[in-house]
Ligand binder design. Structure first.
Ligand code: NAD
Ligand code: LMR
Length: 328
């Protein structure tokens, strides 16, 4: 017998990430090959015409698992009863806009969307925020949804995690799947800290050497931190297919589990590793039975502490800049 369909909401549905993401969800890449899905798509009023074109293309794929498809420009409508929400839509930085202005513009969006999730989403809804600044947007949505568990909100750091796996696998000449225990700490911004200290390759710790240390500090960390800008520079647009792939990876693992493997997720801090409680911070987790579990008590070297502090201070500053917009 066929399973009942699950409703997945996606915002920013007419944008470039969703031009990859929606088709993959409809194909079963998020919830599995036997799970029917209903897509509930949200975008701005001025994007509805373009969104109708995307809908035509989704229809033209005749996806066997897609049992429903709706569009809306209203978060209360789009989020009604949703089990999973992927919040991609956000305000991009326009010419002359300061980072603080960007934070404010997005704070308004994610306050409204958090409130709508709080009011109408399934009480177990899992929310993944992709739209930048992703960590702080996720923090705002979480704080605007006081009736939903904070554990149900996450910000995307999986693209940075996947980028790190790819760079290290090229360095070691092994498939990316052979590498485990990668960690990306912090903010989805150039202050993030991709941390290879715990990595294993085919189950064996990677031998330390002066060459590896030099490569780590001079090549690996800067490449991963600047990868988003490098893609924009090369493509003329920010990453889209790889961002969609990372969103699928992060949400799928959260729902279905990681089989003991570590992944990085932006989650509300419980105060461990000196990260202020509630701050949405990239940390290593394992997922099982629909929950994430922090990897605890990892050793934090002086180098790691310095790196983590950079992201921490940046996120505290972002949090403080929007604090007045949130309920006390
Ligand atoms: P895009 O500009 O192509 O599309 C964004 C879409 O969001 C547009 O259709 C726009 O109309 C819509 N939108 C804007 N405000 C909205 C609102 N209030 N409600 C609903 N929809 C709204 O952008 P994109 O390339 O798809 O990227 C989307 C976001 O994802 C950007 O903020 C980008 O920086 C971010 N991003 C994050 C990561 C990550 O790793 N976290 C990676 C890549 C991109
Ligand atoms: C990325 O990491 O590719 C994006 O977050 C870059 C961006 O600014 O959209």
């Amino acid at each position: 017998m066929q399973k009942p369909p699950i409703k997945v909401a996606v915002s920013g549905a007419a944008g470039q990430i969703c031009y990859s993401l929606l088709f993959r969800i409809a194909n079963g890449d998020l919830l599995g090959a036997d799970q029917p899905v209903i897509l509930s798509l949200l975008d701005l009023p001025q994007a509805q015409q373009a969104l109708k074109g995307v809908v035509m293309e989704i229809e033209d794929c005749a996806f066997p698992l897609l049992t429903g498809l709706t569009i809306s420009d209203d978060a209360m409508t789009a989020f009604a009863d949703v089990k999973y929400a992927i919040l991609v839509g956000s305000r991009p930085r326009s010419k002359g806009m300061e980072r603080a202005d960007l934070l404010m513009a997005n704070a308004a969006i994610f306050t409204t969307q958090g409130q709508a999730l709080n009011a109408v989403a399934n009480r177990d809804v899992k929310v993944l925020v992709v739209g930048n600044p992703a960590n702080t947007n996720a923090y705002i949505a979480m704080k605007s949804a006081p009736d939903l568990p904070a554990e149900n909100f996450s910000s995307m750091i999986r693209l940075d995690h996947n980028r790190s796996l790819s760079q290290l696998s090229q360095r070691l000449s092994v498939p990316s799947h052979a590498i485990e225990q990668m960690v990306v700490w912090g903010n989805h911004s150039p202050t993030m800290f991709p941390d290879i200290r715990f990595c294993t390759s085919n189950g064996v710790p990677i031998p330390s050497s002066p060459e590896l240390s030099q490569w780590n500090e001079e090549t690996f960390i800067p490449i991963v931190a600047q990868r988003g800008s490098a893609v924009i520079e090369a493509r003329g647009h920010s990453s889209a297919a790889s961002a969609a792939n990372a969103a699928i990876d992060q949400m799928r693992d959260w729902i279905s589990g990681t089989d003991g493997r570590w992944v990085s997720m932006g989650i509300a801090s419980d105060g461990s590793y000196g990260i202020p409680e509630g701050l949405m911070f990239g940390v290593p987790v394992r997922c099982s039975a629909g929950s994430y579990h922090r990897i605890e008590n990892l050793e934090i070297s002086p180098f790691a502490l310095e790196k983590i502090a950079l992201s921490l201070h940046e996120l505290v500053a972002e949090r403080d800049a929007i604090a007045h917009l949130l309920p006390a």
